[in-house]
Structure formats: C-alpha cells, structure tokens
Design a protein around this ligand. Structure first.
Ligand SMILES: [Zn+2]
Length: 232
C-alpha cells in the first residue's frame, strides 16, 4: 500500500520515500506525492532519484510510478521525488474550476448531470446531459457565472467522513491516506453543497484566476461536451 501524501498536502512538491517494489517499467514507493490517474485527472509526471517519471497509475492500493529506467532502482532504496509542480498546479486549478463550472451550469439547468470528465494542464472537459437546449448564450452566461463565483475568493474545504451503505465510491476511499479505509473524501466550496472527490483542489478559488468555457466536440449519446481553460 502506498501512502497518499498528495491527500495530506496538495501543495507539497518534493518528498522522500522508500522503494517497495520494482517492475519492468515502474516502481512502487511506501509513500508518494505523485497523483495517480483517476477520476479523470491525469497522473503526475516528475522525477524520482533523478529518473524521469512519465506517468502515474493506480494498481489496487499501490501507486505505480512509470519510469524511464526502472533497472536503476532496488527494493529498500531511499529515494527523493519531485513532481512537475507547474503541470500539477494548472491541473489542480482546472479541476477545481470544473466543480465551479458544474455549479454554474446547474443554474442554467438544475436537472443537468456531468458524467465522464478529463483534466490535464491544458484543459478540463466534462460530458453533460442537459434537459434543456444548450445555446451559445447559455454557455456565455455560465462562463460569466463561473468567473463571478471564482472572483469571490471562496475557500475550498477537504475532509474525510465515514461511508455508509452501498453508495461507496472507490475513487474517493482512503487507502494509505493515513485515515481508516472505509472513509470517503469530501470537499466543499464555501457556500455550496459538499460532494465526493478524490482529486487535488486549490485552497481558494482566487487561485483559479479566470476561465473560459466553450462547447467541445460532440461526444455522442445526446451529451454535450463542455471545456474549461485557464485564461490567466
Ligand atoms: Zn474534485
């Protein structure tokens, strides 16, 4: 099991760890700041022991760091890791912006739902099902609303709480988080309802800056793709 240091401090950039397994093209550590691809958020890149990490993925409770040369590592070795912070921070800002975008679009259509999403350092996209026709004017209004919410400098809270019943989302459970498994990860933007999410968020909406919302290519299935980019 890899301890998820990124859940304790989403702003930490460097860490020390011990190698617990070496695979053909990947290594596992006892703890890591590298966020593994999941919930639509890309896996982190960076360096471990001076070797490039090209992607990060989950494997059960372990986190696999895909490295350019795994043969230079051995089990038990102490290593120093550094994530590509510029890329991660843009991803965090966009991921948090996606939540704001959802709240803004729900004001246009309170029955809308967002299904699949993907976020990297370039843009965030989510596929929505709307019960009303999504006009260009509606997107412009949602963009203005999202920027208005962001400009209020709202705090983003993160916490864990006990999971009850069958509505259990493995994406937000807490293996290796330092919290007992069976907890789920919650977040809330000040003044809005709380939701489950395992992604990395900024602490205050002021960090997002300004965003642009646009319609992406048609994902099919009657859904509409909404893309969000950072303007500043
Ligand atoms: Zn989130």
């Amino acid at each position: 099991m890899t301890e998820r240091l990124f859940w304790k401090d989403a702003y930490a950039k460097e860490f020390d760890a011990k190698v617990t397994a070496v695979r053909e093209n990947a290594i596992v550590l006892d703890q890591t700041l590298f966020f593994p691809e999941g919930g639509g958020q890309v896996g982190d890149v960076g360096t471990i022991g001076g070797i490039r990490v090209t992607d990060t993925k989950k494997e059960g409770d372990d986190i696999l760091h895909l490295v350019e040369d795994a043969s230079s590592f051995s089990v038990g070795q102490k290593v120093h890791g550094a994530i590509d912070w510029e890329r991660r921070y843009k991803t965090m800002r966009l991921h948090t912006a996606a939540h704001v975008g959802f709240f803004a679009l729900r004001e246009f259509d309170n029955q809308c739902s967002a299904s699949s999403g993907r976020v990297d350092e370039e843009k965030e996209r989510s596929d929505y099902t709307f019960t009303k026709e999504l006009t260009p004017e509606a997107i412009t209004a949602a963009e203005a609303r999202a920027n208005e919410i962001i400009s209020r400098n709202l705090d983003v809270e993160i916490w864990f709480e006990e999971s009850e019943g069958a509505a259990f989302n493995p994406w937000t459970r807490a293996p290796g988080s330092g919290f007992p498994a069976g907890l789920r990860r919650k977040w809330r933007i000040e003044g809005f309802e709380s939701m489950d999410c395992g992604g990395t968020h900024v602490k205050n909406t002021s960090e997002i800056g300004r965003v642009a919302m646009s319609k992406g290519k048609n994902p099919g299935g009657g859904k509409k793709r909404i893309e969000i980019r950072l303007v500043i």
